[in-house]
Design a protein around this ligand. Structure first.
Ligand SMILES: C[S@@+](CC[C@H](N)C(=O)[O-])C[C@H]1O[C@@H](n2cnc3c(N)ncnc32)[C@H](O)[C@@H]1O
Length: 216
């Protein structure tokens, strides 16, 4: 079956442009059919980015960030402008999405030629993270909920392999799509197996922002 999380989407290629505004800044991206939310910035992604930028008090300057399941690249694009000194990496299993993110983020880098420090790079990680070279301080994701509960658990365990010891994972999940049961699963299974716990740090517009990190 053909989904937005298919590796090679079979949907005929149709290109779109998305213009969006976030925290007072305007962005433009190329998107296409066969990938997640090709016609607009997803509301969950918007809620997640607004939380990180306006409310979390997190300074991601000089940190390495992984945009895990990048889609057409909104998370990297936005974080790259708000934290231009961070090292941002993006990856996606869907090759069409990954290629679009690469195009968007390369042309975005060209808009700031004076900022040689703007570092946004694509890494193609296999789904089990066996080819991982770097570990990341922050992993940010609007995870692929529609791929099912089991797949979300596997995705999360993969993310843990890429996380620095004192790092944090930020997820956005809709309350009607299993946010609370995901937190319960982390605080039972992942806590026992990896000493990783989850906290719901914010709720807005039906979405929960969930932070996963090592417990002291
Ligand atoms: C809900 S979408 C979010 C896309 C984008 N970050 C956004 O906010 O618009 C989840 C993304 O995760 C990707 N994905 C699913 N499983 C993955 C895996 N194992 N490794 C990397 N990406 C994956 C999907 O292809 C999809 O692009």
């Amino acid at each position: 079956m053909n989904h937005y999380f298919s590796e090679n989407p079979q949907t005929p290629y149709k290109e779109f442009s998305v213009v969006y505004e976030l925290c007072g800044r305007k962005f433009i991206s190329k998107t296409a059919s066969g990938i997640f939310s090709p016609k607009r910035l997803d509301l969950g992604t918007k809620v997640l980015l607004e939380y990180i930028i306006k409310r979390s008090n997190l300074d991601m300057t000089n940190s390495s960030i992984l945009d895990f399941g990048c889609g057409w690249g909104a998370i990297s694009q936005v974080l790259g402008t708000f934290f231009p000194e961070a090292n941002i990496y993006y990856t996606d299993i869907n090759l069409r999405a990954f290629d679009l993110a690469k195009k968007n983020l390369n042309s975005f880098k060209n808009c700031f030629p004076e900022k040689s420090f703007l570092d946004v790079e694509g890494v193609f990680l296999d789904t089990k993270m066996t080819n991982i070279k770097n570990k990341y301080k922050f992993i940010i994701s609007n995870p692929p909920i529609k791929s099912g509960k089991k797949a979300l658990q596997v995705f999360t365990i993969s993310a843990l392999k890429a996380l620095e010891n004192n790092g944090q994972i930020f997820y956005v999940i809709h309350k009607n799509l299993g946010a609370d049961s995901f937190v319960k699963w982390v605080n039972s299974y992942l806590l026992k197996a990896y000493n990783i716990g989850a906290v719901k740090v914010s709720s807005a517009k039906g979405y929960r922002i969930i932070v996963l990190k090592k417990q002291l």
